[in-house]
Design a protein around this ligand. Structure first.
Ligand SMILES: *Cc1c(COP(=O)(O)O)cnc(C)c1O
Length: 430
């Protein structure tokens, strides 16, 4: 397997972009080798610039639930482009996507489109503060919500103290408005809500935390959050940028049947083009300009090409049995790999929900907090990642990231991937 062209392109890219990339996790820092420059995708496969072909489990980090270059999505994009790419006026395309989502999602009444997940969470935090008149927010260690200043914060030392920044350039004063708590810990939330009574605008959580391993929460914890938020007039904010339209059309809200006050979307919602959104009840969304006093705008928001891509993609997911089939094929794949690892006595398990999976180099099948992930185990991921690339399987280049199965991952391809996983696990555990 030759990667000389990717190596050359990366050398050139390093002269152009910080670290040679436009988003840091792409840089392959956590694994060996140089980032592969992809040229083409079709179905569940991608091709790099050297002509190597891979079965892709990164799926652009989640958006491509239909696989690469899905024909319905591509046609929708082409048709939209024929009419021009942007107007800065309302378009029919926005009504189509907005209408499709709201009429099939009973947990939200109004939605505002933006251009990324980060923009969605950032705007929705502002809305929560505007609606409640309070400034502090609670987030959880191990949840990622994009790179807005107030969300690049981790727990300070000591219990329930104010957060400290995880990035240079974020003022300490901003971090102090964010309180970071451990996941799946009711007592920590109770104590914090007592200590900061009437100061908390919202509790933001990935209801299915999938950006730092897959830290599936005890549903009781999510029900508990709903209950205490209602009691204390705190808004419950589900960041469903990954889980939305992934574990079901209604995401985690639908899976657990929990009514959050705010939901954010990204990734799948744009069918592979840049779209994000935040949504909630009519009352809460009435805070947003031009209806209300919370300002938020976007030159390319609701872009018609991106809207039509999202519309085409989401329509596919609404077809009978779509999510059941996703889950069934994911379990087929996961069970085959896990059974093999068990038969060999490897210290390995796979966490999964819907069509998301995470490789855990641990036999513990009950990891629910970021602190429970063994960082040393990532050496196994690194070896596995390399062995898989050599066997034509592409995973996102970090062991803290999850993998995704798309509609295009048919059993034929999954069988090929299963064989590659078996051989690669043998190498990783050699
Ligand atoms: C990806 C992600 C974001 C950020 O979305 P971008 O489009 O990368 O800005 C926010 N929240 C969650 C849960 C995500 O997975």
């Amino acid at each position: 397997m030759s990667t000389v062209i990717s190596e050359q392109l990366f050398k050139e890219a390093k002269e152009l972009f910080p670290g040679g990339v436009n988003s840091p996790v792409r840089a392959f820092k956590a694994v060996e080798g140089v980032p592969l420059f992809m040229k083409k995708g079709a179905g569940c496969q991608i091709w790099d610039q050297d002509g190597n072909k891979y079965i892709d489990f990164c799926c652009s980090w989640g958006p491509l639930i239909l696989g690469h270059n899905n024909v319905s999505v591509r046609n929708a994009i082409m048709e939209a482009v024929d009419n021009g790419t942007s107007f800065g006026t309302p378009t029919l395309a926005e009504n189509l996507l907005g209408g499709l989502i709201l009429s099939n999602h009973k947990y939200i009444e109004k939605i505002r489109f933006v251009s990324s997940g980060t923009e969605a969470t950032m705007s929705a935090i502002r809305m929560a503060r505007g609606f409640t008149g309070r400034s502090k927010i609670i987030k959880f260690d191990g949840c990622y919500h994009g790179h807005a200043d107030s969300l690049l914060v981790k727990a300070g030392s000591g219990l329930a103290t104010l957060g400290v920044t995880t990035s240079a350039g974020v003022p300490e004063a901003f971090a102090q408005e964010t309180i970071v708590l451990p996941l799946n810990d009711e007592d920590a939330v109770k104590t914090c809500l007592q200590n900061y009574k009437d100061e908390i605008a919202c509790i933001i959580i990935e209801p299915i935390p999938a950006n730092n391993g897959l830290l599936i929460q005890d549903p009781q914890f999510l029900y508990f959050l709903r209950k205490v938020c209602t009691e204390q007039n705190v808004l419950l904010f589900f960041d469903e940028v990954i889980s939305g339209f992934r574990v079901g059309f209604e995401g985690a809200a639908g899976l657990y049947d929990i009514q959050p006050d705010i939901i954010t979307f990204g990734k799948i919602i744009g069918g592979g083009l840049p779209v994000g959104a935040y949504a909630g009840s009519k009352e809460i969304m009435s805070q947003i300009s031009p209806d209300g006093p919370v300002y938020q705008a976007g030159t390319l928001s609701g872009n018609p090409v991106a809207m039509m891509a999202g519309y085409a993609a989401l329509k596919e997911t609404l077809k009978e049995g779509f999510f059941e089939s996703q889950k069934e094929r994911t379990e087929y794949f996961v069970n085959a790999v896990v059974d093999y690892a068990k038969s060999k006595g490897y210290n390995f398990s796979i966490y999964t929900v819907g069509s998301i999976f995470w490789l855990a180099f641990s036999e513990n099948i009950d990891i629910r907090k970021a602190s429970e992930i063994d960082a040393d185990s990532m050496q196994y991921f690194k070896r596995l990642h390399k062995a898989l690339l050599e066997r034509s399987v592409y995973l996102g280049p970090s062991g803290f990231e999850v993998g995704f199965i798309s509609e295009a991952h048919t059993k034929e391809y999954l069988d090929i991937a299963i064989q590659a996983f078996k051989e690669s696990l043998d190498i990783a555990f050699e």
